[in-house]
Ligand binder design. Structure first.
Ligand code: SF4
Length: 499
């Protein structure tokens, strides 16, 4: 194969899958290329909203026009949810659902070697049984295209755990340790597209972390579809069930990882032990950053969503986290507008709750009906008008911007730990470096530094876009300061250090 390209869509866990596919193809000796130059293009899709589906289809159409010779392999949640629909698109050579995602690299290599789609075992298609009757994507039509389809509902090949992690194109890679979800939130298609919750064994997680540290990595992001559920499907070990907080503690006690970041964790999975770890390690080895999906501030809407907490539970978790981590904690949440039947007073409750809590950022979504979910039916019965959803999204956006700016402004003049990232070209032309603080604030540093350096930075201000600006700082208490001062510093243009 001349080269391959992986296009990523979706959440951190999906990104981790795509990075693992990239890693396997690279370790098989193939190189990453732009879509116009690759002979195999893997499209790692998301299907959380209708917009995510549209974006994936648009990419496939654009890519096929740009590079008609390339063989396109579509994988991810959309591939699992509607494989026949994707298999019929021009240019698509194979559709590999999440159920067979671990086989995606082999399927891509087979396509590159033999020039034709490998035949999938016949029992894998069609997958009409995955979908509710009447849903628009429950197609069992014969595919016009010759694309092979690799999808079933057993999810036996859904992990990509053996790909070693290293700080390469991603300075802060995701280690996906949990897959799938057994909850049944009424708006969510993920239980259908990723199956029930499954955990990577603790020994494999620890081996992966050790390998990452040995490869020079400094910051690792633990991710999963429902991360806090990690371990509940694993056998009892040492007389106690595996739990996520025990795993995090084991990472701190048994590896030398300098910084661990936790991706999204459901509010009720922040138990006392996990919050205790934030108090014990927060700001040193555990990033003071917590993302707790909220979705709605209305008790009635949360009940209709089948969420497992009430607004007061959510507030109690945030208060406990703030006490444990301190005011440097950056809090994030997902919030949805326009869930079926959401009234003006119910939406006001969401606005009031968001206003009251110290969020540093919000991910906002308009409700999108997904086939084969309860939300699809609720939407048919009690839809919220599109204009109303748009107004509510605008109100949430304005509030999110205000809260984000307030949160960032609090750090001007203060010092924070940060890691340098791969900077976009426009940063290099201005002698700047992109970095991310330990508490999840993007910061633009004066001077040029290689990626994957841990630095202490002083925040000097906010730029016009509201992002932090800063410069590296040397602490008088820093160990080895005198030696550092005596060393030549070729990478630091003059005037870029704060003393
Ligand atoms: S917890 Fe709810 S929203 Fe999250 S993946 Fe599971 S079903 Fe979907």
């Amino acid at each position: 194969m001349r080269g391959f390209h992986v296009e990523h869509f979706g959440c951190r866990a999906a990104r981790a899958d795509g990075e693992a596919i990239e890693g396997r193809l690279r370790s098989a000796g193939h190189s990453l290329r732009q879509p116009s130059e690759a002979d195999v293009i893997i499209v790692n899709t998301c299907s959380v909203t209708a917009e995510a589906d549209r974006a994936a289809r648009a990419f496939i159409r654009r890519t096929h026009r740009l590079n008609p010779e390339a063989r396109i392999v579509v994988t991810g949640c959309y591939a699992q949810r509607a494989p026949v629909e994707l298999a019929q698109m021009a240019g698509v050579a194979a559709v590999v659902g999440n159920s067979h995602k671990a086989m995606a690299p082999e399927i891509a290599l087979g396509l590159a070697r033999h020039g034709a789609a490998p035949q999938s075992p016949p029992q894998l298609v069609p997958v009409g049984s995955l979908f509710a009757p009447g849903a628009p994507n429950s197609a069992t039509r014969p595919t016009q295209n010759r694309a092979s389809i690799w999808v079933d509902d057993h999810f036996a090949h859904s992990f990509l755990e053996e790909t070693p992690l290293a700080p390469g194109t991603q300075t802060r890679p995701n280690l996906k340790i949990q897959e799938g979800c057994g909850n049944r939130c009424t708006f969510c298609v993920i239980p259908q597209t990723r199956g029930p919750s499954k955990s990577l064994p603790a020994a494999t997680v620890l081996r992966q972390v050790e390998g990452f540290v040995a490869a020079g990595g400094h910051e690792l992001v633990l991710s999963g579809i429902n991360l806090g559920r990690w371990g509940r499907d694993l056998p009892v070990d040492d007389g106690a069930a595996a739990s996520f907080s025990r795993l995090v503690r084991a990472i701190f006690e048994r590896t030398a990882l300098p910084r661990l970041r936790l991706s999204s964790i459901e509010p009720m999975d922040w138990d006392a032990e996990l919050i205790g770890l934030m108090s014990e390690f927060g700001g040193t080895r555990l990033a003071r950053h917590a993302h707790l999906p909220l979705q709605s501030g209305s008790d009635a809407v949360l009940r209709r969503m089948h969420r497992r907490y009430r607004p007061w539970h959510y507030v109690a978790k945030i208060e406990a986290l703030m006490r444990a981590a301190g005011p440097e904690l950056t809090l994030g949440a997902d919030v949805m507008a326009g869930f079926p039947g959401e009234t003006d007073p119910e939406f006001e409750e969401t606005l009031e709750l968001v206003q009251a809590l110290p969020f540093g950022y919000l991910h906002l979504f308009p409700f999108s009906p997904r086939p084969a979910t309860r939300g699809w039916t609720l939407h048919a019965e009690t839809p919220v008008a599109q204009e109303t959803v748009a107004e509510r999204m605008a109100a949430l956006r304005a509030l999110a911007e205000e809260k984000s700016r307030m949160h960032r402004t609090r750090f001007v003049g203060r010092e924070l730990e940060a890691i340098t990232l791969h900077s976009p070209p426009e940063f290099a032309s201005r002698a700047r470096t992109a970095a991310l603080t330990e508490n999840f604030l993007p910061v633009e540093l004066e001077g040029q530094y290689t990626a994957n350096r841990l630095l202490r930075v002083r925040v000097t201000g906010l730029n016009a876009e509201g992002a932090l600006e800063g410069c590296p700082v040397l602490r008088s208490s820093a160990p080895g300061l005198e030696e550092f001062r005596a060393q030549p510093k070729p990478q630091l243009p003059s005037g870029t250090l704060c003393w």
